[in-house]
Design a protein around this ligand. Structure first.
Ligand code: 13P
Ligand code: SF4
Length: 304
C-alpha cells in the first residue's frame, strides 16, 4: 500500500514536470484508473485527447487508442506505457483484406469500429465506437451498402437494432466472447432481481439476455442512474473498479472472471511512472495514413 502510494505520488510530480495528461480506459487496473486525469470509454478518451492542452499524453489503454490520440493531436507526444498492449480484434483484419472486400462491394461505405489500426481507419469512410455506432450507421442513407469492420458482434447488434443488414467482417473480441449465456442464466438464478448489463462486443446469445446494452461509460451511467441495487456485468472485469467506486451501496457481479483483457492489464502503475520518466513508448502516426484516418475519426466526432 505504502509502495503504491509512493509511485502514485511520483507520477503526479512527474506529470506536472512533463506537462502531461494521463488518460485511462475503463478496463485499466483500478490503481491506473485512479492516477488518471480522465477515465472513460473509447469515445470519451478520443474526445479528451482531441482537446488536450498538455504536451504529453500518457495513454493507458491499447495501441489503437494511442494511435487515435496521435492522429488527433499530431503535435503532442503520445506515450503507451507498454508497447505490447495491442488489441487482438484490431489485428483480425489487414489492409489487404479490406481492399479486397471493397473491390467486392465497390459502392459500399466502410464503417470501422475504433478498435482498428490506423491503416484500416485510413481506408474507411467513417469511424465509430460502441457508444455511437447506431448514430453513425444511421447517418448513412438507407439505400447505401455498408461494410462494417472488424467486429461482427457490434456490427450484428447495430444491424439488428436498426433493421439494417450490413456486410460484417468476422472479427470479434476474444475477451467478450468468453462471456457465455449460461454464465448469465446461472447468476440470474442466484440474483433474480439483478439487472443484466452487457457490452455490444458480446455474442448475440448474451446480448439477448441483457436489460441494457452499452459502451463502458454507458454501463457506468446506467448503473448509477438505475434504482436497482444489484447488477450482473457482462464486459471486461476492469470496469468493476469504477462501478464499485461510484456506487458503494450497490452490488456488482462480473458474469465471468475470465473476461479479463490481458492486453489492457499490461499497463501497471510502475510502467506509467517509467513512461513519464523515459518518455516511452512513443506512438506516432504520420503522413497519408494519419491524414486519411483523421478524416474518418473527425467525421465520427462531428456526429457525436
Ligand atoms: P468502449 O469503452 O468504447 O465501450 O470500448 C470497449 C473496448 O473493448 C475497448 O477496447
Ligand atoms: Fe481488444 Fe477486447 Fe481487449 Fe478491448 S477488451 S482491447 S476489444 S481484446
Amino acid at each position: 500500500m505504502q509502495a503504491t502510494s509512493t509511485i502514485a505520488e511520483k507520477i503526479q510530480e512527474l506529470k506536472v514536470k512533463r506537462n502531461a495528461v494521463i488518460l485511462a480506459h475503463n478496463y485499466q487496473r483500478g490503481e491506473v484508473q485512479d492516477v488518471a486525469d480522465f477515465a472513460g470509454d473509447s469515445l470519451g478518451l478520443s474526445q479528451q485527447a482531441a482537446k488536450a492542452k498538455a504536451e504529453v499524453i500518457v495513454f493507458c489503454g491499447v495501441h489503437f487508442m494511442a494511435e487515435t490520440a496521435s492522429i488527433l493531436c499530431p503535435d503532442r507526444l503520445v506515450l503507451l506505457p507498454d508497447e505490447n498492449a495491442g488489441c487482438p480484434m484490431a489485428n483480425m483484419i489487414t489492409l489487404r483484406e479490406l481492399k479486397i472486400k471493397k473491390k467486392e462491394y465497390p459502392r459500399a461505405k466502410v464503417v470501422c469500429y475504433v478498435n482498428s489500426t490506423a491503416a484500416i481507419k485510413a481506408e474507411s469512410d467513417i469511424c465509430c465506437t460502441s457508444s455511437n455506432a447506431m448514430k453513425i450507421v444511421s447517418s448513412i442513407p438507407k439505400d447505401e451498402e455498408i461494410i462494417f469492420v472488424p467486429d461482427k458482434s457490434l456490427g450484428g447488434y447495430v444491424a439488428s437494432q436498426l433493421n439494417r443488414p450490413m456486410i460484417l467482417w468476422p472479427g470479434y473480441c476474444p475477451t467478450h466472447h468468453r462471456i457465455l449465456a449460461e454464465h448469465i442464466i446461472k447468476l440470474k438464478a442466484e440474483y433474480p432481481d439483478a439487472k443484466v448489463v452487457v457490452h455490444p462486443e458480446c455474442t448475440t446469445d448474451v446480448i439477448n439476455l441483457a436489460d441494457h446494452v452499452a459502451s463502458t461509460t454507458g454501463i457506468a451511467r446506467y448503473c448509477k442512474e438505475s434504482d436497482s441495487k444489484i447488477f450482473i456485468i457482462g464486459t471486461e472485469t476492469g470496469i468493476l473498479h469504477r462501478l464499485k467506486k461510484e456506487n458503494p451501496h450497490k452490488q456488482f457481479h462480473a458474469v465471468a472472471q475470465l473476461a479479463d483483457c490481458s492486453n489492457m492489464k499490461l499497463i501497471t502503475l510502475e510502467k506509467v511512472l517509467w513512461a513519464l520518466e523515459d518518455l516511452v513508448y512513443q506512438v506516432k502516426v504520420t503522413g497519408e495514413i494519419a491524414a486519411k484516418a483523421r478524416l474518418a475519426i473527425q467525421r465520427m466526432l462531428d456526429l457525436s
